[in-house]
Design a protein around this ligand. Structure first.
Ligand SMILES: C[S@@+](CC[C@H](N)C(=O)[O-])C[C@H]1O[C@@H](n2cnc3c(N)ncnc32)[C@H](O)[C@@H]1O
Length: 274
């Protein structure tokens, strides 16, 4: 994790909290604890406190429009033509799951719409499946915080967290449970929550699209460059990488081309000979 001068105060504040919890009076003794075998549990606790988990459904609407109307449309057409009707979209740094569920809802909509336009024999199954066969959809969702992964897996959200989900989406993809909203099982089945540290090499492969939004901004420049290289390897040819509103690949790589439409930005993978 990288903390520049602007975030040093945040780091100090969180460390002091953990010191108080552990009844320790010096940063050095806390550091000794963290690097010891007995400190494993405390290191995980500290990590939970240092990660910024802020997220929301339908975050960065302009970018999601670009994803829905152009990227998904292009992917679905190409895959239909090639006969490989599988989509794999990774939410890297998924926090409590809202990004992955947003992707699932948009993909289900896009495939449903695509099906309407396709001249096929009349549907026989009812209720209609969320993903029309023979299509398959996989959405790996990963994070380094176990507590956010658990919340994502649970898929139950408060009225406050649902503020950016309109009536139409609530109706189709959620069940009301008391005061809260539970993601419907069919949507949950598209997503696989898993632990992955983006700083390691073993990451989900063969993705058509990678969402890694508001994660890289907490890495230093060298680590950002390494991550972009890894994403290049984790993407299918012509795949797309979507980063956060305040993030950019500018000056960090020449292996991606920027795509910009109606205030939405994405990066298309460029095939390079090594
Ligand atoms: C600010 S949230 C962004 C959530 C979501 N992508 C969005 O844009 O709404 C950043 C997430 O990245 C995760 N994260 C930070 N460093 C990570 C790493 N090295 N590997 C995997 N996830 C990481 C954090 O735990 C946190 O849940």
């Amino acid at each position: 994790m990288f903390f520049d001068a602007r975030r040093a105060h945040f780091l100090q504040d969180r460390l002091q909290r953990r010191l108080r919890e552990c009844r320790m009076d010096s940063f050095y003794s806390y550091y000794r604890l963290l690097i010891s075998a007995e400190g494993k549990h405390e290191l995980a606790r500290l990590l939970e406190d240092l990660t910024v988990n802020e997220t929301s459904f339908f975050r960065n609407k302009a970018q999601l429009e670009l994803f829905h109307k152009h990227i998904l449309d292009e992917l679905i057409r190409k895959k239909e033509a090639s006969g490989n009707r599988g989509l794999r979209i990774w939410s890297a740094g998924c926090s409590t799951g809202q990004e992955a569920y947003t992707i699932a809802m948009l993909v289900a909509d896009a495939l449903g719409y695509h099906q309407l336009r396709m001249p096929r024999p009349a549907e026989t199954t009812w209720p209609k499946p969320l993903v029309p066969p023979p299509w398959t959809v996989e959405i790996p969702a990963s994070d380094i915080s176990y507590s956010v992964l658990r919340a994502g897996q649970e898929g139950i959200y408060s009225e406050h967290q649902m503020a950016t989900v309109d009536y139409n989406y609530r109706l189709r993809y959620f069940d009301k449970v008391g005061e809260r909203y539970a993601v419907k099982t069919a949507v949950k089945e598209l997503i696989h929550f898993d632990f992955h540290n983006l700083k390691t090499e073993f990451l989900p492969q063969r993705n058509d699209v990678i969402f890694c939004r508001n994660v890289m901004m907490y890495f230093d420049e060298a680590e950002q460059r390494r991550l972009i290289e890894k994403f290049h390897r984790c993407l299918a040819p012509d795949g797309y990488l979507l980063v956060g509103h305040a993030e950019s690949l500018l000056g960090l790589t020449d292996k991606f081309a920027m795509v910009y439409r109606d205030s939405g930005t994405a990066y298309r993978r460029i095939e390079v000979s090594e």
